[in-house]
Structures are given as structure tokens and as C-alpha cells.
Design a protein around this ligand. Structure first.
Ligand SMILES: [Zn+2]
Length: 226
């Protein structure tokens, strides 16, 4: 079972990308109590009962509210950072408050990895990979891996496609770059076959009630076979 989150904070009640920390804790405890086991990255395979928690985009709140909770719950998520946005002034259009809405800084990422949490690549600039030319695609996939590895001094094994968009050619580049797994959140009504380079995730959003969360989980559980 692979879950995809974005932001975690108590600030935004109606932002779909933001899940409240209390809600998150309840969701993860539910899964742990039902026998899902947090993925250990020494294992080289993924089972149906493996729980992989991922966070996309690398927001500062992952450090501020996420990290203490990850420690408390003894989980080790994967955080997919946009390498070109780290330690910059960059803000996404939908957000206004730099103090709250900024992306992570390198020093925060270093604190995060000390706890055994994995950092994955979510490209350099979050482009639509299927719409840009091949050299740009390579730069986004290879360049982001290199930058993150240089900064954290650790191998980056995971990649996540922005907007869930990819094709065979893009998968090839991801493999050549040396990533071990790549993750995707399927767009509505789009079927994605699970493979090492297209690991299907369940997107969890701020407006999902606990009932909807459970429904999503068990629907995916029935569908998935590793
Ligand atoms: Zn993203």
C-alpha cells in the first residue's frame, strides 16, 4: 500500500493538498493496527502489506509538523523534493505566506535524513515531463538526482513523476539515471499497471473523510498484487 500526501499542517482547512496532523496520525495508526508494515529500505521487494508513505513536493511543513509525527509513529516516509526549489524563495501560486508555504531548506533535509527518512527526486522544476523536449527531460531526471546526492551525501533511489505524467521513454531515462523505483499518482480514470517504475499510489487529500480514506485503502488493496 503506497500513500501519497503533500502538506501536513493545522493551518489550512480547505486546501486539498493539506492534511491535518491529527487526521494523518489517525490514518496511519489505522493501517499499522491492521498489519501493514512500514517499508524498510533494505528490503528489495514490495509486498501488498508493505506500507510506503510518500510526501510530494518537499514543503517546509513536512519538517515542522511531519518529522515529530514520523518519529512518534516510528514510520519512515519518502519525501520527494523538487531539487531546484530547495533553499529558495520559490512559492507556488496557490500559496501566499512564505513563512508557512515555502519549500524545505537543505539543513532541514539533513535533519530529516538523520531519522532514516528517504529523500527522493521530484525533478528540478516540476515540469510536465511528457510535454518538454528530451534533453530537458534528461536534465530534470539526471540533474535532480545529482544535486540531491551531492547535498546530502547519500544515494537517491526513488523518483516521482510530477502530475503523474510519464511514458516509456521517460521510464527509460529514470532507469538509466540509476533510480530503483519510480512512483506515480494515477489521474482520474487512468489505469496504471504496477511496476517498479510505475508504482501506483493512493492520493490522500485534505477533504477526504476517514470513511473515504478507508474506502480508498481497501479498494486499492483488492486491486494491488505484488
Ligand atoms: Zn508534485
Amino acid at each position: 500500500m503506497i500513500l501519497a500526501y503533500h502538506r501536513i499542517n493545522p493551518w489550512y482547512k480547505s486546501d486539498p493538498l493539506t492534511v491535518n496532523p491529527e487526521k494523518f496520525e489517525k490514518q496511519i495508526n489505522y493501517l499499522l493496527k491492521r498489519g501493514f508494515k512500514n517499508f524498510s529500505f533494505e528490503e528489495d521487494f514490495i509486498k501488498n502489506e508493505t506500507l510506503i508513505i510518500t510526501f510530494d513536493d518537499g514543503f517546509y511543513d513536512n519538517f515542522l509538523f511531519g518529522l515529530p509525527l514520523f518519529k512518534k509513529l516510528k514510520i519512515k516516509p519518502v519525501i520527494f523534493v523538487i531539487a531546484g526549489y530547495i533553499s529558495t524563495e520559490k512559492l507556488w501560486n496557490r500559496y501566499k505566506d512564505y513563512e508557512k508555504d515555502r519549500f524545505l531548506k537543505w539543513e532541514e533535509i539533513r535533519e530529516i535524513i538523520k531519522e532514516g527518512i528517504e529523500i527522493g527526486s521530484h525533478t528540478l522544476s516540476h515540469p510536465h515531463l511528457t510535454e518538454i523536449d528530451e534533453n530537458k527531460v534528461k536534465e530534470e531526471i539526471y540533474g535532480s538526482k545529482k544535486i540531491i546526492e551531492d547535498k546530502i551525501g547519500r544515494e537517491v533511489k526513488f523518483f516521482c513523476y510530477p502530475y503523474g505524467e510519464f511514458n516509456e521513454k521517460i521510464i527509460e531515462f529514470v532507469k538509466i539515471a540509476g533510480y530503483k523505483y519510480a512512483f506515480v499518482t494515477p489521474k482520474k480514470n487512468k489505469k496504471i499497471r504496477n511496476s517498479e517504475y510505475s508504482l501506483r499510489r493512493v492520493g490522500i487529500y485534505g477533504h477526504n473523510s476517514f470513511f473515504i480514506f478507508k474506502l480508498k485503502i481497501w479498494k486499492e488493496y483488492i486491486k494491488t498484487k505484488f
